[in-house]
Design a protein around this ligand. Sequence first.
Ligand code: C5P
Length: 224
Amino acid sequence: TYSKDLLGKTVLISAGPTYEPIDPVRFIGNRSSGKMGYALAEASIRRGAKVHLISGPVALPPPQGANVEYVETAREMQEMLFKHFPSADILIMAAAVSDYTTDSTLAQKKKKDGTEWTLHLKENPDILSALTKSRHPGQTIMGFAAETSLVRKELQDKLRRKGVDLLASNNISEPGSGFGSENNSILLLTHDGSSFEEKSGSKKDLADWLIDRIILLRNRILSH
Ligand code: C5P
């Protein structure tokens, strides 16, 4: 049993990868399974929240009780997030948004013709940074960072650059954690105090721990 400490709150969560099409059958994507974001959606529902889950393509069943919107590209994810963000109390940006897209998606399937195919990639907009710039008071925002090495100074810079209240980072090169795995190991940075906390475990347990941290921070800000 969980306390319904998110009763009356709306939580907006993004999860999974985004796919950027290069022709009608091929795409640029990444290895995100969506498990962490889905676990966060399930934890939020258990604790009484209304949940909007904006999901990239994943192989997971929709969490019971969540409003799920499926998207494919970063642009679609951005549109859905901007639609739901104004009414959200909490935003958890767990999606692995493709950092690159192509400006030359082919309308027809590219057929093999024995020659090379050169793709031109451009950077996608940073959805999270754009969202935090449009935030209103009372909203709490958590970002994620999948890294191949965790340098605390760099994480502090990323937290500030993105304008988030909490940054949950994990080392994707560690065996048994990160993309696709059932377990994860998180280094959490909270904006005030610049203190780090670490926790490893199942994505389900980590989801509850992360929600605890969000609520703690909200209570601390409210009591000031
Ligand atoms: O810069 P980096 O990709 O490490 O940032 C990760 C965080 O930023 C995640 O919360 C991710 O969802 C978000 N992000 C985004 N738009 C992008 C890239 C990342 O919102 N184009």
